[in-house]
Design a protein around this ligand. Structure first.
Ligand SMILES: Nc1ncnc2c1ncn2[C@@H]1O[C@H](COP(=O)(O)OP(=O)(O)OP(=O)(O)O)[C@@H](O)[C@H]1O
Length: 244
């Protein structure tokens, strides 16, 4: 069974048809990058995968559960599917260490010593061990995003979703964060979906590229084929505008 499977999924915001007949399979361990113009539905699509946006119609199977079924327990899915947001979404009044330890303590009931050990190892992995006792606002945007990544990894998720993880960062912070995401993709067997406008990064990490426009998936191609020449005229136009 696929880790993630959309079958004829639709999503409305009121009358606005945000996702139209989405069909998509992502296998365990795959890395998929979603690209497309602003407003094409990329964020909406990945937010449906951990139940942050409910869908209407079709089936959305994530780790064996159908999220299109209102009876599904979303908490079980959220335990297994992590999310990194554009604006970090750290807890402002908690230390960096507490940000990382909170969910494993409350949701997984992880032993406190073990929890701290794991959190410190993750801080080491993102190069911020010395910042453990600070509050997020004392750190740069790039550092805050690295903490947010460590926080999501602390839950040991089966899948990790990144929603434009570098769009809110100052340019000099972008590469450090992308490097960490690349290392995670290379070192783990997690299923990873990334919405990004960073095409060089997409080429390096993605197994497949999905191009969206107006709430639809117009192209789903292996990365090499997509960047050599997308099949879809609208994807060709999009790429020609952003790669100079
Ligand atoms: N909560 C909401 N209520 C109403 N409409 C929304 C909501 N969230 C998104 N939309 C609309 O749905 C469409 C898709 O938005 P979405 O954020 O998924 O696009 P996107 O491809 O991620 O764009 P961007 O690259 O600009 O982030 C847009 O037209 C947006 O205005």
């Amino acid at each position: 069974m696929s880790m993630i499977e959309f079958k004829d999924v639709n999503k409305f915001y009121g009358d606005y048809h945000a996702l139209t007949d989405i069909n998509l399979k992502v296998e365990a361990g795959e890395t998929v990058v979603l690209i497309g113009p602003s407003g094409s539905g990329k964020s909406t699509l990945i937010r449906t995968i951990n139940g942050l946006e409910p869908v209407q119609g079709g089936q959305l199977i994530v780790n064996g559960q159908d999220l299109a079924n209102p009876k599904t327990d979303m908490n079980r899915t959220r335990k297994n599917v992590g999310m990194v947001f554009q604006h970090f979404n750290l807890y402002a009044n908690k230390t960096v260490l507490e940000n990382i330890m909170l969910a494993p303590r409350l949701v997984l009931h992880r032993d406190e010593d073990e929890n701290k050990k794991t959190a410190m190892a993750l801080l080491d992995r993102v190069g911020l061990v010395d910042q453990a006792e600070k509050v997020p606002s004392a750190l740069s945007g790039g550092q805050q995003q690295r903490i947010a990544i460590a926080r999501s990894l602390a839950m040991k998720p089966k899948a990790l979703l990144f929603d434009e993880p570098t769009s809110a960062l100052d340019p000099e912070m972008v590469n450090g964060v992308l490097k960490i995401i690349k290392d995670i993709v290379n070192d783990s067997s997690m299923t990873t979906l990334v919405v990004t406008h960073e095409m060089g990064f997409a080429k390096q990490v993605a197994d497949r590229v999905i191009f969206m426009d107006q709430g639809q998936i117009l192209e789903d191609s292996p990365t090499d084929e997509f960047f050599a020449q997308p099949k879809e005229p609208r994807a060709q136009e999009f790429l020609s505008q952003i790669i100079r």
